[in-house]
Every structure is written in C-alpha cells, then in structure tokens.
Design a protein around this ligand. Sequence first.
Ligand SMILES: [Ca+2]
Length: 108
Amino acid sequence: MKRSVSDIVVIAAIICLGVIGYINHNMKIAELNQQVKEIQGDLREEFQSRETTSQKETCDCSYNVYNCGDFSTQAEAQECFEYCRSLGKGDIHKLDRDNDGIACESLP
Ligand SMILES: [Ca+2]
C-alpha cells in the first residue's frame, strides 16, 4: 500500500513537471511569436522609411532608369529631368522626347 502511494506521488510529480514544461513551452512559443511580430513590425517600419527616403532622393541619372510612368506628377518628372541635365547627363531618361524643355507633358 505504501509503495503504491509513493508510486502515485512520483507519477503525479512527473505529470506536474510535464504540465509545467508544457505551459513553459507554450509561453516560450507565445513569447517568440511576440518577438517575431515585433521584428516584423520593425522591418516594416524600416522598409517604409527607406521607401519614403528613396522617394525624396533626387533621381538616379547614371543610366536610363525612368519613364514618365514612374513619376506621379509632371513636376516630379521635370525635377528629375532638370537635375540630370544639371549633372551634364542630358535627358538621360528621355523624358522630353520633343526637346521643348518640358518633361512628360502627359503627366498631371
Ligand atoms: Ca517635352
């Protein structure tokens, strides 16, 4: 009888350890999930801020990378057009095909 009681205690202890381990495990997973979400959020912010930064940068004049469709307004296209001309690259993106000094007349 004594033997079986101590057996039950041991089994109960093992079950308790198992339950605690399981809860611990789940908590760690929840913690990791939270960390992943935080990292994802940080990355998203990082990407968004980079996109915003790159949009604010003056355009790339090293080779023909833009078409009029890459600009949302004529003013933006004009800015890039004039910037590249000021660097001595000319109308490298062919934004002013009719050479009247106005880039992408079709844009709003
Ligand atoms: Ca033009």
